[in-house]
Every structure is written in C-alpha cells, then in structure tokens.
Design a protein around this ligand. Structure first.
Ligand code: SF4
Length: 417
C-alpha cells in the first residue's frame, strides 16, 4: 500500500512556489507568435481587421448579404502560420507578403516571432551538438541535438533534448543543472524554438523530442503541454516520438495521464528504495516511492503507454547486484508496462560520483534480465562536449542562477516589466 501524498517537504514546496512565481512573471514578457496554432493566428488576423469580404453565395452574387469575412481571415492566418513554421521567419519585419500596415499593427501591439539567437554551439565527435540559446532576459538555456544514422539513410533520426526551465530547483545530487541554481520557467515558445534551432543547425527535421534537458518538466507542465501540442500539430512530430521525463512531483503524473497523450513517460528512479533515493534525489522526501510507483501504474492503465524507468548508475552507490534485485522487486508493483533504461553516470566537474565499470553495468543488466525485466543501457553521446545536462550552460554562465524574486536589482532589471 502506497504512503499518502501528504504535505510537501520544504525543498519541493520551495520549488513549486518558485516555479509558479516565475510563471506569473513570464506572463508580462513580449507576446510570442511562435507556439500559436493556425486557428489562433487566424483569430489574431481577424482581431487586427484582416478581413476582406468575399462572395459566398453563387446563387445570389449581387446581394450584399452574400459576402463573408472567412476567406481572407483564413488566408492571412495560414500565411502567418507558414511564415513562422515553414519559412522560419525570425522577425515580423521579414513577413514580406503581409501588408505593411498589418506588420506595423502587430509590432505596435507588442507581438514578435520571439526567436532567440544562438549564443554558442559545440559539436562532439559523434555529431551530438549542444546549443546555447540566449533568451530575451539574457539567460542561457541548453538544448541538444542527437543524430542517429541508421544504415538506411532515409530513416535517420534526429532527437532533440529540450529544456523546460532555466536551471532547476530540484538539485539532484549528480546533476550539473541542479548545481547551477534556478531562475524561472520557460514559456511555451522558448521550448518550441529549441527544436527549430536544432533543425536549422542540422538542416534536418527533428524526428524525436525528449523533455530531458534543463529543468523538471512537471514543474512547468502547462508550458510543456503547450510545446508538446505545437510539436505535434505544427511541426508534425508524432506523439509517440516524444518522451516527457520527471524525477517525480506529487500529483502531476495523474494530471499528465488525464491528457491521455500517446507519449512516453520517463521516470527517473536512480535508486530501488526510498532511503537511498532521498540521498540522490532530495525532492524524493516529499514523494514516497510507493506513491510514485502507484501513479506510474495508473499512468500505464490510463494511457496504455509503458513507463520508462531511468536509472543512473553511480559507481559504488546504487550499482550492485542487490540493488538490481531490489529494483526488480519494486517494479513488480507496477504490474506490466514498463522498461528500465540504465544510464552509466557521465561525470561532471566537482562531483563526488564516478562512472561504473563496464562489467559492473553488465552484471546489473544480467541481474535484471534474470528477473525478466526488459532493460537497455543508454549509449553515452557527446561525452567530449560537456554532455551532462547543464554542463555547457554552467561553463558560460558562471554565476549560480538566482530565482527572479530573490535576484539583486541589477539582475531583476533584465526581466522585462
Ligand atoms: S536531474 Fe533533472 S530534476 Fe534533477 S536537478 Fe537535474 S534537471 Fe533538475
């Protein structure tokens, strides 16, 4: 029987407060066209008087009642949609086929495409490319493009690993992002533009999206769901090609399940018992493992999508055969519908953790497979390009991030009023 999801302990409660404070601040920023759907863009055109009456009734072509505004309205909305998602215009000034008066009206009303410049990019020998985007408040976020060339070139994949927050308030002990502090939630367009930046860098369409970059997606679920919708509807990335990951935030897995997405839920476990997990993931104090596993089981029952359990192997900490056996026992609570993804730790500067030896990883795999658990080992990509999430950002943004509410006034002034 799972323990109740009682009052949240301090670290997670603080993280939730920070995330919602940052959400209300973000609403005051510029108005972004990127991320809007075609019907929303059509409505925007209508709101700006982009209506030319068109004849609707061939039966009575002279009647003034037979003219309607829909033809022009839908044309202008589609035009905006194509400019943003197909032509990839980065500024309203580039909307050449749109009447100048409409462009000026959009600019006057505070609209922009809202694309951020690439601040820096670094490519590893295996092609994995990390991109730093500089947001309008001068903060930097990381996004990663991971190419996988299949033998059959026509089916080569490009995975985008996207960030959902600037930094992260959860401070998992092995994570470079957690060590860098937290500033704010990303707005939907700031998540969407990461995929566009990767496509433009690789000159290849993104086939898969994983919400596994900087930040805890469940602390910014509304923006993540908006971006997910945009990837699916506007950029035509299949829902099954997307993965939303979490270390676990109480009640949010239920919320996600209610949307019945056909995407994979990846839950970062990192330990087979509550005591060890709390030392690796401090926020686990407020979400007992039993409750987390119950929510995962229900996610599978509600969506039919199996849950992927991520387990970072830390040498001498959680990588022994006994841990694997305990993990197999824990997973039994989930019934069916799960998969284990082992991630040999990718060392970061200043960390006390070490990468496990290959034979230790294999012994862990064997112990799980002996218990009939399906398991894979994530291939480490871009080890030479500061591959761990948050490492590159920390190199360029040396000072730890501060939450907007507690930032000194000079830093606060970077956030538009
Ligand atoms: S592992 Fe994920 S949730 Fe944990 S601190 Fe890093 S970014 Fe945040």
């Amino acid at each position: 029987m799972a323990a109740p999801q009682h009052a949240r302990a301090a670290p997670l409660a603080r993280a939730l407060r920070s995330a919602s404070a940052s959400a209300s601040k973000a609403e005051t920023c510029r108005r972004a066209l990127l991320g809007l759907s075609e019907p929303q863009l059509r409505q925007l055109a209508l709101d700006h008087g982009q209506v030319r009456y068109a004849r609707s009734s061939p039966a009575n072509p002279t009647s003034c009642h037979s003219f309607h505004p829909l033809a022009q309205q839908s044309y202008r909305g589609k035009q905006l949609h194509d400019l943003i998602y197909k032509s990839r215009a980065k500024q309203i000034q580039e909307f050449n086929h749109v009447p100048k008066a409409f462009r000026e009206a959009l600019l006057g009303a505070g609209w922009s495409v809202a694309r951020s410049p690439v601040h820096h990019a670094v490519t590893a020998s295996d092609g994995t490319t990390k991109i730093l985007l500089k947001l309008e408040d001068n903060r930097l976020i990381e996004t990663v493009g991971i190419p996988v060339d299949d033998d059959n070139k026509a089916s080569s994949r490009l995975t985008a690993c996207v960030s959902s927050q600037v930094g992260c308030p959860l401070r998992c002990s092995f994570c470079a992002t957690g060590k860098g502090g937290f500033a704010r939630n990303l707005r939907p367009h700031e998540i969407v533009e990461q995929v566009l930046a990767i496509e433009e860098t690789f000159k290849h369409r993104v086939t898969n999206v994983v919400f596994m970059g900087m930040g805890e997606p469940m602390l910014n679920l509304n923006s993540v769901l908006e971006a997910h919708r945009c990837f699916n509807k506007e950029l035509k990335i299949g829902q099954r090609m997307m993965t939303i990951s979490t270390v676990g935030v109480p009640n949010t897995i239920k919320m996600l399940a209610s949307h019945k997405l056909q995407s994979t839920l990846a839950v970062s476990l990192h330990a087979p018992n509550q005591k060890l997990r709390e030392t690796i993931v401090p926020s686990a104090k407020s979400y007992p493992l039993g409750a987390l596993m119950d929510d995962c089981k229900n996610y599978f029952l509600e969506t039919g999508r199996r849950v992927s359990f991520e387990y970072t192997l830390l040498a001498g900490i959680n990588d022994e055969k006994e841990h694997a056996e305990e993990l197999a026992e824990l997973l039994r609570m989930c019934g069916g519908g799960y998969h284990v993804n082992l991630i040999p730790y990718n060392p970061i500067e200043g960390s006390e953790y070490k990468r496990p030896y290959r034979k230790v990883v294999q012994a862990f795999v064997d112990a799980l497979e002996a218990k009939k658990i399906t398991v894979s080992v994530r291939q480490t990509r871009g080890l030479d390009a500061n591959a761990a999430c948050g490492q590159l950002r920390n190199e360029f943004q040396k000072n730890p991030l501060l939450e907007i509410e507690s930032a000194p006034s000079a830093e606060r002034s970077l956030v538009p009023a």
